[in-house]
Ligand binder design. Structure first.
Ligand code: MF3
Ligand code: CO
Length: 250
């Protein structure tokens, strides 16, 4: 069941989203060679606390952290670790989901460590961002759910990149994960008709190679099988009378 959000709920999600967007901007300065992914998570925990946000991932089926930090061929759900030190040239994906007064926003961004990244890495990140925008643009009253999915897949594949099949976006509200599941691939014109008050976390996960992935021994971290570079971006979006409103951008 897709929960329709009222103005009050949307207002709370928007506050959560604004704070997350600010944190994602501030973290640029922290993403430096030599910094561990656990240090980044500690920084994020501190920022959440400072803004009155409650992490939605800490305690989620045993997950212990305020963020997922995924490096290079890690796609999503990278577990912050004091053993994982960032190096110049790394591509880092940071994903944070947190609530404000009971309502969540979920957001992920890509960051480059140190000196100028390789062209292919830049193109991959740009493709992820563009596909997210193309997906969000389909969030219109009367459109159907998989219009979003199809737009993302077409955008990514037109640039020669692969779309991960095993993980998806999701509805969001009081809980981090609500109905519906939002695949990043598929035929358009299927699934529920989109209505005002629906709130979605749309999150294309893409790779420079094959879309096949596996979960590592830690039980969380998702990596590409062929070790190809992966990008992931995510925004929380609510459908209003005036079209999609992105809650996680400033
Ligand atoms: N924020 C992630 C998402 O977009 C959820 C991460 S699940 C975790 O769905 F438990 F690993 F954090
Ligand atoms: Co999400």
């Amino acid at each position: 069941m897709i929960v329709i959000k009222n103005k009050i709920a949307i207002g709370k999600m928007a506050t959560a989203g604004k704070f997350l967007a600010e944190i994602c901007e501030k973290i640029v300065l922290q993403v430096q060679p030599g910094v561990t992914t656990l240090q980044l998570d500690d920084y994020i925990s501190m920022q959440l606390l400072k803004n009155g946000l409650v992490s939605a991932t800490k305690g989620y089926v045993g997950y212990k952290h305020s963020s997922c930090v995924s490096v290079n061929d890690e796609v999503v759900h990278g577990v912050p670790s004091k053993e994982k030190k960032l190096a110049s040239g790394d591509l880092v994906k940071i994903d944070i989901c947190a609530s404000w007064n009971g309502y969540c926003a979920d957001m992920a961004r890509c960051y480059f460590v140190g000196e100028a990244p390789h062209n292919n890495a830049k193109a991959l990140v740009q493709a992820a961002q563009e596909s997210l925008d193309k997906g969000i643009a389909q969030m219109k009253v009367g459109n159907r759910l998989t219009d979003i999915s199809s737009a993302i897949q077409q955008s990514v594949e037109s640039k020669g990149f692969g779309v991960i099949r095993d993980f998806a976006g999701h509805g969001i509200g009081k809980r981090m994960h609500e109905d519906p599941e939002i695949l990043n691939y598929g035929e358009p014109g299927k699934g529920p008709v989109l209505q005002v008050g629906m709130a979605f976390a749309i999150e294309p996960m893409i790779t420079a190679g094959s879309y096949e992935v596996y979960v590592t021994k830690d039980g969380w971290t998702v990596k590409t099988k062929d070790k190809s570079l992966a990008a992931h971006v995510e925004d929380t979006v609510v459908l209003t009378e005036n079209g999609p409103e992105i809650l996680t951008r400033l």
